[in-house]
Design a protein around this ligand. Structure first.
Ligand SMILES: [Mg+2]
Ligand SMILES: [Zn+2]
Length: 187
């Protein structure tokens, strides 16, 4: 068990867990991506730590507050728990920054906004995660870049609501977390 527990799956939120509507923050806009629940179950059963890792520059842009982000995350967690009783993420990592924000407190060239790696490395230290044995699942090519910047493998998903540039550097390109989990468990 100790071996397995050093491995983590870093999960982008919008477009991987919930459907990305573009700066999604209202709990009433929460839609689960098909296949996501099955993927989470598979990965949790395989002993991976599960860490949500999300850029929320809408906070810096003044479109919503960090409190709104937490409320949405709570709604997402409750929705997952209706399918997987007792489910919890091992950590939820949020970057609220943007270099061109309008809210001074969050306007910054930070190192946590993906493809920066600070959220990954902070979680790795806190949870004793071996990044070289871990994966990131995201829907943007910048998610893939983030993983590579931390010497991790990345899988890009395509059915999360928005179509982003397909990365040539992803380990695999698949529809949803369900197929991503199948690939991870084989590799
Ligand atoms: Mg995303
Ligand atoms: Zn940041």
């Amino acid at each position: 068990m100790s071996n397995a527990s050093n491995k983590a799956i870093f999960l982008d939120r919008d477009g991987v867990l919930n459907v990305d509507l573009g700066y999604t923050y209202k709990p009433t806009d929460l839609r689960l991506v098909p296949g996501m629940i099955e993927g989470l179950k598979e990965l949790a059963n395989a002993g991976f730590k599960l860490v949500m890792i999300t850029n929320q520059s809408g906070v810096a842009r003044g479109m919503f507050t960090l409190e709104n982000v937490h409320e949405f995350n709570d709604a997402l967690l409750r929705a997952i728990q209706t399918h997987i009783p007792g489910f919890a993420f091992d950590a939820i990592m949020i970057c609220p920054h943007h270099p061109k924000g309008t809210i001074a407190e969050f306007t910054a060239e930070c190192s946590c906004r993906k493809p920066g790696t600070k959220l990954l490395t902070d979680a790795a230290i806190a949870l004793n995660i071996d990044l070289s044995k871990s994966w990131l699942v995201g829907d943007k090519d910048s998610d893939v870049d983030c993983a590579l910047n931390a010497s991790m493998r990345a899988i890009q998903v395509t059915m999360g609501g928005k179509q982003y540039t397909q990365s040539k550097k992803a380990f695999a390109l698949v529809p949803t977390l369900k197929e991503a989990a199948e690939i991870i468990l084989k590799n």
